[in-house]
Design a protein around this ligand. Structure first.
Ligand code: BT5
Length: 313
């Protein structure tokens, strides 16, 4: 965003200002003010001109200028209209030594799920990767993924969606009462480090926000479908604020996760390389691993794997 536009927005943030006043304070012509206001309107800034001057009403837009100026978060923001994968960009930034950056895109053209599965990211979603360099051990890293799940679930609930968490990190909307669901959000955390130290974590969060569910794979739902469109800038801001609260207070993550979990109490099948575990999901450990009680009464703790909710027997 150019300096004059930024200065105009800063001036309007405190209330209406007339064109001549703006021209004088910015030391530019009135025509220049008018031209820049026009440009800001094209970028989606709702600037009205009334008897007291120009007034900034709202910033519903989700684009580079709107996000750069209006999104206040404890992370620096890099916004792209379109990108291959925000996680790939976060990896590049990690290689450059960056920290506490959130990469945001309106559309992704080469996004990934876990295990190299495809992730569909049409325009209208919230596709986001947060790059952090926490002082934790690799065993604690799942707590960051759980923090992202809790933060995203809370933001979706504030937007009016009955969002819940499916272990370990899908955010879903329940369908009926027997553990069935549609998927609203997927999370993919990637990391680099050594045995005893994490160097960086890239937490990738994909939220089906303002998207028709017909543009998504079967079994997916969106905020639009469940509750109507959201202001994505506000949504991301809330999500990042809450994520920041949990990552700085890791002990509070699992209790908050438990409150939102759809999986606890369900009959589940968890696929692991060493074999499936079937039974009732009874708890999560302090590091977010799932405790499953099998049919012969054995308690098995599973730290990673695909989890399917089964119908009660
Ligand atoms: C995930 O994988 O759920 C993690 C998805 C992470 C996406 C974010 S977006 C920002 C960042 N940048 C990236 O490149 N990735 C991250 P998984 O549990 O493996 O689920 C993948 C499966 O979900 C696919 O095989 C499909 O069946 C289904 N799927 C694909 N796109 C979907 C969508 N938009 N909504 C719901 N389900 C989807």
């Amino acid at each position: 965003m150019n300096e004059t536009r930024r200065a105009i927005l800063e001036a309007l943030a405190d209330g209406p200002v007339s064109g001549p006043e703006l021209a004088e304070s910015l030391d530019v012509s009135r025509a220049a003010v008018w031209k820049q206001i026009d440009g800001l309107r094209e970028d989606g800034f709702a600037i009205e001109s009334g008897s007291t001057g120009y007034e900034l009403r709202d910033v519903p837009a989700y684009n580079g200028p709107a996000v750069e100026f209006e999104l206040e978060a404890p992370f620096s923001i890099e916004y792209r209209d379109s990108i291959g994968s925000t996680n790939d960009r976060a990896r590049e930034l990690a290689a450059e030594g960056a920290a506490d950056v959130a990469v945001l895109a309106d559309e992704q053209t080469g996004s990934r799920g876990r295990l190299e599965r495809e992730w569909s990211s049409p325009s209208g979603g919230v596709w986001l990767s947060v790059l952090v360099r926490p002082e934790i051990t690799p065993a604690q890293a799942p707590l960051y993924t759980l923090s992202a799940a809790v933060a995203t679930t809370n933001a979706a609930r504030e937007a009016g969606v009955d969002a819940r968490i499916k272990w370990p990190n899908d955010v879903v909307v329940p369908v009926g009462d027997d553990g069935d669901y549609d998927k609203l959000v997927g999370i993919l955390t990637e990391m680099e480090g050594e045995m005893d130290r994490v160097e960086w974590l890239a937490v990738g969060i994909g939220v089906n926000a303002n998207i028709d569910s017909t543009d998504l794979p079967e079994g997916a739902t969106s905020i639009r479908e469940e509750a109507g469109d959201v202001d994505r800038r506000r949504f991301v801001q809330r999500l990042l604020e809450t994520f920041d609260e949990y990552r700085t207070d890791l002990e509070s993550v699992v209790p908050a996760w438990r409150e939102l979990a759809l999986t606890l109490g369900q009959r589940v099948r968890v696929e692991r390389p060493s074999g499936d575990v079937v039974g009732e999901a009874i708890d999560v450990t302090e590091f977010g691993a799932l405790v499953v009680e099998t049919d012969d009464g054995e308690r098995v703790t599973v730290s990673a794997g695909d989890c399917e909710h089964l119908r009660p027997v």
